[in-house]
Design a protein. Structure first.
Lengths: 94, 434
């Protein structure tokens, strides 16, 4: 009865802001980053690496605002802010 | 918002901030309680169980009206290996009378608790993110929010903004947390009918059970939990971020792994995931606690790493620290002195409280959980213990004396020899006895 990450995220209520609260500071740093740990440790699969365009994409609408990438990106290449007040994740249960 | 002056602005409507705001508002101070969530609690996650003691000091008999799930009457500690488990379980009528703890949901409890502060007179400023602290020289004088004209001025700012504490970081009170000072908790709330929960866990009425487990988190430093709610089960794992970085597994894969354990699987079988959640847990403990006060500010709760990871206590320490900060603010208000010299009183109250004393007692735990010993503790030991106990309990013609020897040998080998076993035991003992 393991749900996929999509099914899991579907259980959470969000009010998505129009702007991303997560910004890659320098795509080149990601391109050079050997480990790309963010593709693993994020509990909401927000980060995705596109080999074709060689860019790191951010599905910020799915972010649960845990802060792991803020501390876990060894290059400190994520500019991490909170979404605007009232936006972002809104748990029903928590 | 027109420029407004408060006696105190509290940033964060979690248990720490709500406790501080309630304490001050009740004493007649003019207080603003700011939270960035749609409502206080909307951003918050815990295991979790709420403990009675520190909340009761603030709100006598709160449990008669607070939104709580089940009264915890049984606690189990479980050591899991891949297929088996060794359990220590405790149930005793005296343990739940007076109540010790309840399972709860934070989105509901925090909203209720902040409501108490509002009723006492605190001004709610929700759906509002504080973007920076306003400073004059070395003194904090207010906050800037993301609202239009959103500056709020106050004699004191209480920083209760949780584990990520961007404000604490901006104040420079703590350097950024290292990946071994925080764990990522991932959790699911799984719906099950009331009667199924009661029969699976041997409960009746509003009785509840809690299970904490260790091991089988794919060898990483991790602890798991399972709590019964009225009509659901909260299950989750917490994994140290540095291990998560190295292991390159998805955090929810660790949770899936645990959910498939033969023993756990049957406890949650047939249930449907109601909500998925993830949140950081401060794990640095005693040595990660920053300075707690300065000119015009105090910091409490998770923002100051006040979590006792050994006993799963966080909300209670947050409540206590919030109350102590609130009480210091009241004194400062009476004296009209908001300098570090005055607010250091909060620091002293914390030092005299269980926050400081318990974290100090367990100050070695962080080293144990982030050092090389964790491979043994979370990797080999649970497996070997499970096997050895199976051997010991099997009736197979081998004498008990022989079995006892085997058990000790197996444990010793898992730790890497006698000396290592002794060292691990000693280190474990010291970690919880300072
Ligand atoms: C998986 C997990 C399991 C846990 N299990 C337990 C348990 O069983 N029992 C227990 O007692 N503890 C448990 N804890 C710990 C407990 O949740 C925390 O210790 C507790 O929530 C700390 O309270 P706090 O008020 O300091 O912070 P929080 O509860 O995090 O509250 C911080 C508040 O500040 C707000 N905020 C943050 N930044 C801003 C800003 N810039 N502007 C405006 N608002 C802001 C947030 O919206 C939030 O409401 C657990 C934690 C986790 C993650
Ligand atoms: S870990 Fe950091 S630097 Fe590496 S790819 Fe991810 S965001 Fe970029
Ligand atoms: S804050 Fe957490 S959920 Fe959001 S992108 Fe970073 S790791 Fe993923």
């Amino acid at each position: 009865m393991s749900a996929s990450i999509e099914e899991r995220l579907y259980t959470i209520r969000y009010k998505a802001d129009e702007q991303s609260h997560l910004i890659v500071k320098d795509q080149e740093v990601c391109a050079q980053c050997p480990s790309k740990d963010c593709l693993f440790f994020c509990p909401a699969d927000v980060y995705d690496w596109d080999e074709g365009t060689r860019t790191l994409s951010i599905a910020y609408e799915n972010c649960v605002e845990c802060g792991t990438c803020r501390l876990g990106c060894s290059e400190q290449n994520i500019e991490w802010k909170y979404p605007m007040g009232g936006y972002g994740i809104a748990y029903k249960l928590g | 918002m027109a420029e407004e002056r408060f006696d105190c602005v509290v940033v964060g409507g979690g248990p720490a901030g709500a406790a501080a705001a309630y304490t001050m508002a009740k004493a007649g101070l003019k207080v603003a309680l700011i939270d960035r969530g749609e409502f206080p609690g909307a951003k918050n996650v815990f295991g979790g169980v709420l403990f009675r003691s520190q909340l009761e000091d603030l709100l006598p008999e709160f449990w008669k009206e607070a939104p709580l799930e089940r009264l915890i009457v049984e606690e189990r500690l479980m050591l899991l290996d891949e297929q088996g488990m060794v359990t220590l379980s405790h149930r005793n009528p005296g343990f739940a009378d007076p109540p010790n703890s309840w399972s709860a949901m934070r989105a509901q409890f925090d909203a209720w608790f902040a409501g108490k502060a509002e009723k006492a007179g605190a001004v709610p400023v929700y759906q509002t993110t504080v973007t920076e602290l306003l400073q004059e020289g070395d003194r904090v004088v207010g906050v800037r929010t993301d609202r239009e004209d959103g500056d709020l001025y106050a004699d004191i700012v209480i920083v209760a903004d949780g584990v990520n504490s961007l404000l604490g970081k901006a104040l420079g009170v703590h350097r950024e947390w290292q990946p071994d000072e925080v764990s990522l908790g991932v959790k699911e709330i799984i719906h099950l009918p009331r009667n199924v929960i009661e029969s699976r866990f041997n409960l009746e009425g509003n009785e509840g059970a809690s299970i904490e487990f260790l091991g089988d988190t794919l060898g990483m430093t991790g602890l798991g939990f399972l709590y019964t709610n009225k009509e659901s089960i909260s299950i989750g794992v917490g994994i140290m971020v540095n291990d998560l970085q190295k292991a390159r597994v998805k955090p929810y894969a660790v949770l899936d792994h645990v959910k498939q354990h033969p023993y756990i699987r049957k406890l949650i079988a047939g249930g449907e995931v109601e909500e998925y959640a993830a949140h950081l847990i401060p794990e640095g403990g005693f040595h990660s606690m920053p300075p707690l006060a300065g000119n015009g500010w105090m910091i409490c709760g998770d923002a100051a790493q006040m979590v006792n990871a050994v006993n799963g206590e966080g909300t209670n320490l947050a409540v206590l620290s919030g109350r102590l900060a609130g009480e210091t603010a009241i004194l400062a208000h009476v004296r009209g002195d908001y300098s570090l010299g005055m607010l250091d009183h909060y620091n002293e109250s914390i030092r005299a409280s269980i926050v400081f004393k318990d974290l100090k007692k367990y100050s070695g735990i962080h080293g144990l959980l982030s050092g090389p010993e964790r491979r043994v503790l979370f990797g080999k030991l649970p497996g070997v213990l499970n096997e050895s106990i199976s051997d010991y309990m099997s009736v197979n013609g081998i004498t008990k004396e022989e079995k006892q020897k085997m058990l000790i040998h197996q444990l010793r080998d898992a730790a890497g020899g006698n000396v290592e076993l002794l060292r691990l035991g000693l280190k474990g003992w010291r970690a919880i006895n300072r």
